[in-house]
Design a protein around this ligand. Sequence first.
Ligand SMILES: Cc1cc2nc3c(=O)[nH]c(=O)nc-3n(C[C@H](O)[C@H](O)[C@H](O)COP(=O)(O)OP(=O)(O)OC[C@H]3O[C@@H](n4cnc5c(N)ncnc54)[C@H](O)[C@@H]3O)c2cc1C
Length: 460
Amino acid sequence: MTRNSLDKERYFDAIVIGGGPAGSTCAYKLAAEGHSVFLLEKSKFPRFHIGESMVPYLSKLLEMMNVYDKVKESAFVKKTGVEFLTGSTGELQRQSFSYLADGQYKYTNNLNRGRFDQVLLEHCEDTGAEVLQGADVKKLLLDGEKVTGVEYQYQREKYIAKAPYVVDASGRAGLVSKQFKLRKMNSRLENVAVFQHYKDVIKENNPGVEGDVLFSSHKDGWLWGIPIESDMISVGAVMPLSILKQSNPEKIFKEHCDRSPRIKSAIKDATAVFDKPKVELDFCYYSEQFSGPGYFIAGDAACFVDPVFSGGVFLSMVCGLKAAEAIHDLYQGRDEQLVHTNFENFCKTGYDSYFRIAYAYYYEFGRDMNRMGVDLPGGARFVLQAFAGDFWPDEDQPVMRYLRSKKEWSTFKQPFDIVYECPVYADSHYKASDLLNLASPKGFGSISGESTSKTNGLTV
Ligand SMILES: Cc1cc2nc3c(=O)[nH]c(=O)nc-3n(C[C@H](O)[C@H](O)[C@H](O)COP(=O)(O)OP(=O)(O)OC[C@H]3O[C@@H](n4cnc5c(N)ncnc54)[C@H](O)[C@@H]3O)c2cc1C
């Protein structure tokens, strides 16, 4: 908060609405490029946010933003793999990130989002962005169809900020997409999530590898168990809305947790943090357009897929970064139409890829992650790469090539040009030519690194 923040009307190169991962990343990049940027955040950080399991490609992005050291200093839980328990078969496998391509990070983190989002917000401020917390954007300012700024409320007073470019990173609030009626619900994925945090977790009760996400699927949905602090775990149950409607959140949450013996064990004798489980509804939607006159939309403000592959934060940040690069390009005098088209193509490729992986899980593989590792073309290495965050793979990457052949899984109605260029790893990823040289294991492997194991006692 500076004295200038109290001026009634101010001017910037760019304004960012929202200080979540998308907004902070965008403001960081703009500031790093020397632009004046004003980020307005409604709440006071740290604030609670769900979305705590990360993909490995995020590690490289954090490094590129010069913030990974700060993240490491903050002692977030290190994650080197995920275990998948499939209820219908009783099969338990572990996907180890050590099989990622040479030159890539073989780990990522589980994040207490209150702490992580604060680290990112402080990082963009340290880089030169002006950040105002407790500033609630109430209205977009328009000149014809062009967005020219925002009106916001801060300590009960109204203020105006103007800029040639406004980035909407307001998350699910989606100020721009709602105002321009761009948001469409995804009728293929009408899931809900019911979740709880547990503290005082007893380490010995966790049956998995330390830091691993415990993932379980069963006939009515799936569960996450994400260790977010050394003694704290986030547990969530995802299911179709129709299942939740048959009961109440407390009852259904307990009943679903009881279906996974491994999560049930991990929370034994731990203490629930919230009075009752929290619920998130209607979380799958997309926007047909990611930018327009005077605006760019990044992160959940534009699009949100199902959380099943933990890609939300990575996609949000990388699109926030691209929004900043687009604005920088415009200040460099690049062709406006081209800049917007490139941004649209990038975001649509990323979200379209991610939606396809989710559809494969739900519709082709009957919620059996382990079968995806065996049956998707290319084998477990390529599947791991897709799960890890490579949503912009080479044209001949076998997994994505196969998923893209499913015309019925297209998300966006307007055609777009697919971007075949990973934003974080230019070269160090598996290429189709590696198929000949690398033995790709069939399936992910067991917890102990030996053969796949069956788990007794699973109730589906
Ligand atoms: C049940 C569930 C589970 C999930 N699990 C995962 C997971 O395991 N891994 C993963 O990567 N992702 C997960 N996600 C998704 C992830 O949480 C989001 O993709 C991510 O938080 C998006 O970041 P963002 O910056 O776009 O939005 P947010 O993080 O939501 O940030 C938006 C910010 O904008 C602010 N804001 C809103 N309105 C205004 C306004 N009017 N004025 C000023 N500020 C405003 C908000 O206060 C907020 O801080 C999950 C989501 C759900 C619903």
